[in-house]
Design a binder for this molecule. Structure first.
Ligand code: DC
Length: 232
């Protein structure tokens, strides 16, 4: 099946939760699915990256400092389809750097940070949304009608992240990227609060040897079979 972007219509208020580790392709896939079914998309990793980035800028390291910084920076932030904006500027490129990813992983382990972001995320999703992250199917949108868990081998995920970083002009080796991803996998899966895990009712797709469009096709077919989307 080839995805035709105008071919699908989603049931009212459809929530699609997509979880998975770094480099599993969930960001690109979430965007493509959202476009195909006409829903807004939120990459929740960007929210954690935004808090990590703002904490770095303010020199906040412990949880109290991060929370104080969060109160201020969330007020300046606007989420719009297309990304996170501060004073009208999309700051996506800044948030995608590796030092910001490491800061995001640290703040993501803080329970109060997660609790506050939970409401932000649920509010964005209330009228229907494609949302990708680590705990969307299990914690943020436990009642989402469609849940997917995407994964791929560590090496393949590192290769994908590395070529993304090359595109951003970063000088980093594949081995260093692989080690970073391995470290983040461990931090995200082993933290006490909302660790990365597959929701019991999520469909798992291993994309190691699949193209993006093949993964998207599989997800659309599953949702069509469940009458969550239909051809227009
Ligand atoms: O997907 P990403 O690499 O942009 O995510 C950045 C960090 O945020 C990553 O360490 C995991 C964390 N995160 C999270 O804990 N929960 C989410 N729903 C999304 C991201």
């Amino acid at each position: 099946m080839v995805v035709d972007m105008s071919e699908w219509k989603a049931i009212s208020g459809l929530q699609i939760a997509i979880d998975g580790p770094s480099g599993s392709g969930k960001g690109t896939i979430a965007k493509t699915v959202a476009q195909a079914v006409g829903l807004p998309v939120l990459d929740t990793g960007l929210l954690y990256r935004f808090i990590g980035y703002s904490s770095m800028q303010n020199g906040a390291t412990d949880e109290a400092g991060v929370l104080a910084c969060m109160d201020e920076c969330l007020g300046d932030m606007q989420w719009m389809p297309g990304g996170i904006f501060v004073q009208g500027k999309n700051i996506g490129d800044k948030l995608r750097q590796e030092d910001v990813a490491a800061a995001a992983s640290r703040v993501a382990a803080m329970p109060e940070v997660r609790r506050r972001l939970l409401h932000v995320q649920q509010d964005i999703a209330k009228n229907g949304c494609v949302m990708d992250g680590r705990d969307i199917g299990s914690v943020v949108l436990p009642d989402a009608q469609a849940k997917f868990y995407l994964t791929a081998s560590l090496r393949e995920r590192a290769r994908r992240r590395w070529s993304q970083l090359q595109g951003l002009g970063a000088e980093v080796s594949l081995d260093a990227t692989l080690n970073e991803i391995r470290l983040r996998d461990t931090q995200d899966a082993e933290r006490t609060h909302s660790p990365l895990k597959q929701a019991r009712d999520a469909v798992c797709i291993d994309s190691t040897t699949m193209r993006i469009d093949e993964v998207v096709d599989r997800m659309l077919s599953i949702m069509e079979r469940r009458a969550l989307i239909e051809k227009t």
